[in-house]
Design a protein around this ligand. Structure first.
Ligand code: SF4
Ligand code: SF4
Length: 268
């Protein structure tokens, strides 16, 4: 006992005072569109389809990077012959709508060389990260008060997100000090935290868990698989895809509409 106390005193307080200010070693890729020539190499090397190119008219082309599907594998960084793709330290890409997670650039394409010349970027406007957080906080406090009880549902995840969720409760980050508690039963939950691309085997279990959670309930998808199906895609033989059911009336996620239909419920 005495040894434990001495060790605790020697160790001191490990909890991060500002857990949201720590800079990660690497984050999402960023395309410098002014250097990009719309050659498609990054789209070909991207395993999740997070980068898409498309013809937008005669001699016109678009390149789109969506963080909803990105798994930060950095294949696009090494695959770009123009060194136009860099890596940021940014992992805070939460957005109010899925469209805000995408950047689309337009290019004029030279018919002789096939090289594109950057024209402009289409930014999908909407509330920024802090405004989104404020709006969400307001909605949650209006309905649920200051304390959130969260039930995590693994709908076919590789356990990567579970490790991250578990890490939020360790002594370093100590999520509970913010009034957020992980609970064992959906009957005690205000929030369902869904990971994975919703495999066919987990579809019914997810539906039952959802039905068991009392109203009003919030469903939050975690990670690329939850937001877009990730590596597993959408509506494949093994996975339903995109578990996101982020309950807000302004939400325009196609998957949200689909899951709402599946679960036959109205969004609060
Ligand atoms: S980091 Fe990987 S998943 Fe993300 S855009 Fe690049 S290639 Fe695609
Ligand atoms: S970012 Fe690089 S690889 Fe991707 S289209 Fe542009 S030039 Fe090609």
């Amino acid at each position: 006992m005495l040894r434990t106390i001495v060790k605790s005193l020697r160790t001191g307080v490990l909890t991060e005072a500002h857990p949201f200010e720590t800079q990660p070693s690497f984050g999402f890729p960023v395309i410098d569109f002014s250097r990009c020539v719309a050659c498609d190499e990054c789209a070909r090397s991207c395993p999740t389809g997070a980068i898409q190119t498309a013809a937008s008219g005669p001699g016109r082309k678009t390149v789109t990077l969506s963080y909803a599907a990105c798994i930060q594998c950095r294949e696009c960084v090494s695959g770009c012959p123009e060194q136009a793709v860099g890596v940021s330290h940014d992992v805070e890409v939460a957005a109010y709508t899925r469209q805000q997670l995408a950047r689309t650039a337009s290019f004029d394409v030279d018919a002789a060389t096939g090289r594109g010349t950057f024209v402009h970027v289409d930014a999908h406007t909407g509330p920024g990260l802090h405004e989104s957080a404020d709006r969400l906080r307001e909605r949650i406090r209006g309905r649920l008060g200051r304390s959130l009880h969260v039930r995590q549902v693994d709908a076919g995840s590789c356990n990567g997100r579970e490790l991250e969720i578990a890490a939020t409760t360790n002594p370093l980050y100590d999520l509970e000090r913010f009034g957020v508690h992980l609970v064992a039963s959906p009957r005690h939950a205000d929030v369902l935290l869904v990971t994975g691309p919703v495999t066919r085997n987990m579809e019914i279990a997810l539906r039952r868990t959802y039905d068991a959670a009392p109203e009003p309930r919030i469903v939050v998808a975690v990670g690329a698989c939850g937001c877009s199906g990730g590596l597993f895609g959408e509506a494949t033989y093994a996975a339903v895809g995109a578990s996101i059911v982020f309950c807000q009336s302004t939400c325009t996620f196609p998957a949200v509409r689909r899951v709402r239909r599946r679960f036959s419920t109205a969004c609060w």
